[in-house]
Design a binder for this molecule. Structure first.
Ligand code: GUN
Length: 280
């Protein structure tokens, strides 16, 4: 029988703990999210982040900028937030419009306010095994889910399908730092089926609906689904063919209700951590 790795209870528990901790302070931690343009999925994510942050007692602000905003204007906003003592965490929702250099934007955020853990200083610290100010929220949430469900990492073969800077690469470092043997697959990988089939822990983060079929899964494997894809009839499905794979996997995350809620819980956890660093 497959074990479902659900995150509702755990994420609510983490947020409740954070909220409790915040109530001990005179001023709330501040989280500012910048969103550029009209990407509907980004708007949904940003609204959810703001709502959950406010409910937990954070001071949460969303700056909505038009698609036409210039690189300089966006960098000026970040400068202001970098220098605002009420702002502990800055998050620029990705993707950004094509005329914006996202790498320069990320580098403009002070590493101590980079709540996403995307700044090269934070990524670099993660890669060499030092503690970053913050770790990318989705991979960090995946590690929490594995740990809470007592799924061993050390010595296991973890296969990650997807090499994004947001999920695949930081997750590879987090798993490697915990002594997993890590393989990262991508669109140019040969024999991806064979590699996935070797995984004790298989993470799907490619953004393609039902990309992982049952024949790519080792019996008893732990399958983590990062995908959020909307089908033509409006249904949310992951990157894993859930109905088939759950007959073969040992553990599996559902979509929705698996990785997603943990991402927001980790965002709030990162914000609180940065707040504490700023108030030391
Ligand atoms: N777009 C998709 N996921 C993320 C995330 O974790 N952080 C930011 N800033 N943008 C995203």
């Amino acid at each position: 029988m497959v074990n479902l790795i659900k995150s509702k209870e755990l994420s609510e528990q983490i947020v409740a703990q954070i909220s409790q901790e915040i109530s001990n302070y005179d001023t709330p931690p501040g989280l500012t999210v910048i969103i550029v343009g009209e990407n509907p999925a980004s708007k949904v994510y940003v609204n959810k982040k703001k709502k959950t942050a406010e409910k937990a007692g954070f001071n949460s602000e969303v700056i909505e900028l038009p698609e036409s905003v210039s690189q300089q204007e966006l960098e000026d906003y970040i400068d202001r937030l970098n220098n605002d003592p009420a702002v502990d965490g800055i998050l620029v929702q990705l993707p950004l419009p094509g005329h914006i250099n996202a790498y320069d934007i990320i580098e403009k955020i002070r590493p101590e306010k980079d709540v996403d853990g995307f700044h090269p200083v934070n990524v670099g610290r993660l890669v060499i095994g030092l503690e970053p100010y913050a770790v990318s929220c989705t991979p960090f949430g995946i590690i929490r889910l594995l740990e809470e469900n007592k799924i061993p990492i050390e010595g296991k073969h973890a296969v990650i399908a997807g090499r994004s800077n947001i999920v695949g690469k930081p997750l590879a470092s987090l798993l490697l730092n915990r002594n997993a043997t890590v393989t990262v697959c991508h669109s140019k990988t040969k024999n991806i089926e064979e590699i996935c089939k070797q995984a004790d822990i298989l993470v799907a983060a490619v953004g393609k609906a039902k990309f992982i079929k049952a024949d790519r899964v080792k019996p008893g494997a732990t399958v983590i689904d990062v995908g959020i894809n909307r089908t033509k009839d409006g249904k949310l499905v992951g990157d894993v063919d859930f109905d088939e794979v759950c007959k073969k996997a040992g553990y599996i995350t559902p979509v929705p209700g698996g990785v997603g809620p943990m991402t927001i819980a980790m965002l709030l956890s990162n914000t609180l951590k940065l707040f504490k660093i700023h108030n030391k």
